[in-house]
Design a protein around this ligand. Structure first.
Ligand code: ATP
Ligand code: HSE
Length: 352
């Protein structure tokens, strides 16, 4: 029996990097890996649904049913948009995940990109990167995590303003884009899902200084992105917007300079759009970001909330352990335990 097998590897990401709320993302050296295998000619005429095995982060909570699991539902969505209503028969997925769930390290963005790449591969669709991004953005509506996970590196992106018809397609509830039911359940909603408008997302990769590492200080509790977005205001003052825009404009170039300048970067990683509002959900957040500075911790460049939190991201060229252990002491005063990792900035997702 001839088998087709390949591996999909998607990096973790840190979004925002301080002032770049919903705009910038960074790919990091933790991965979601899917080993995919299926026979090119099914051994029997009876259709066999996909099987999923899963190890690593989230193994105790992730659904193993392909019609409930986020990655496979996204893959099925991509397939159905191309008039392919079923996975290949006898599809076997072995998943290993290094990205902790709900910590601000882009676990859901990675799962979505893995799904888009899976659909593209098993459907032999050969979609270009820009189209893969359109599909990802139908599911995860802010571009920062998914873009960085797909293309890798330090990336800025924006969503195109859509005309009325395209906005309607793009505003379809997630539950309709990603139905949870098996394909043989007979509902016709599953057969004509909303196809993404073309060119929703646009991105650019910034330079990144090779010397910079990311210290991820990861509290041992989950915070869902949905909950962390609920606490944000709908309106901002001009003063706060200008504060962020000034810093973001400097930051995107400053992190590409060698050697990186902590005097410029520490201040450029401050934020007034999301972090002040999220501190109620992450006890110790302002204490860690205010007390760990380039003068107290040589090697530190800047420190911010990673994505929607609760992970804190310190960018540094040295002194990683002192940064992380001092953050641990501060978090301990608030009754929070942490783990920490020194991560590299990685390349794009791969299918091999
Ligand atoms: N590998 C995966 N397979 C299936 N579902 C996943 C996977 N990874 C994440 N998820 C789903 O995504 C949820 C976490 O998404 P959420 O957006 O809240 O956090 P995050 O993506 O880790 O953080 P952030 O978006 O701030 O970086 C998990 O609880 C789970 O339901
Ligand atoms: N920009 C997003 C990233 C989390 O997915 C946020 O901060 O809510």
């Amino acid at each position: 029996m001839s088998l087709r097998s390949f591996t999909i590897r998607v990096p973790a990401t840190s979004a925002n990097i301080g002032p770049g709320f919903d705009v910038v993302g960074l790919s990091l050296s933790l991965h979601l890996t899917l080993s995919v295998e299926y026979p090119l000619t099914p051994p029997s005429s009876e259709y066999v649904h996909p099987s999923i095995t899963y190890t690593g982060e989230g193994a105790d909570e992730v659904p193993l049913n392909a019609y409930k699991n986020l990655t496979t539902r996204v893959a099925l969505y991509v397939l159905r948009c191309h008039q392919i209503h079923l996975f290949p028969s006898h599809l076997v997925l072995r998943v290993n995940n290094e990205i902790p769930f709900g910590r601000g390290l882009g676990s859901s963005g990675a799962a979505v990109i893995a799904g888009v790449l899976l659909g593209n591969a098993v459907g032999n669709l050969s979609l270009p990167t820009e189209r893969l991004l359109d599909f990802a953005l139908m599911v995860e509506r802010h571009p920062d995590n998914v873009t960085a996970a797909l293309v890798g590196g330090f990336v800025g992106s924006y969503l195109k303003e859509l005309d009325e018809q395209a906005s309607e397609a793009a505003s379809v509830p997630l539950s309709e884009v990603l139905p949870e039911y098996p394909p043989d359940a007979g509902q016709d909603w599953g057969l004509n899902p909303p196809v993404p408008p073309f060119g929703i997302g646009h991105y650019i990769r910034f330079n990144w200084s090779e010397s910079i590492r990311a210290v991820a200080i990861i509290p041992r509790f989950e915070l869902s992105t949905a909950k962390a977005r609920e606490v944000l205001p709908t309106h901002y003052s001009r003063k706060d917007l200008v504060f962020n825009l000034q810093r973001l404009a400097v930051l995107t170039t400053a992190l590409g300079q060698t050697p990186p300048d902590p005097g410029l970067i520490y201040e450029a990683m401050k934020d007034r759009v999301h972090q002040p509002y999220r501190k109620s959900l992450i006890p110790g957040l302002p204490e860690v970001t205010n007390n760990i500075t380039p003068s107290s911790h040589p090697g530190l460049l800047g420190i911010c909330l990673s994505g929607a939190g609760p992970t804190i991201l310190a960018l540094a060229t040295s002194g990683f352990e002192a940064i992380a252990e001092d953050a641990r002491k501060i978090f301990q005063q608030f009754g929070i335990s942490i783990d920490w990792k020194v991560l590299q900035i990685t390349g794009p997702s791969t299918v091999q």
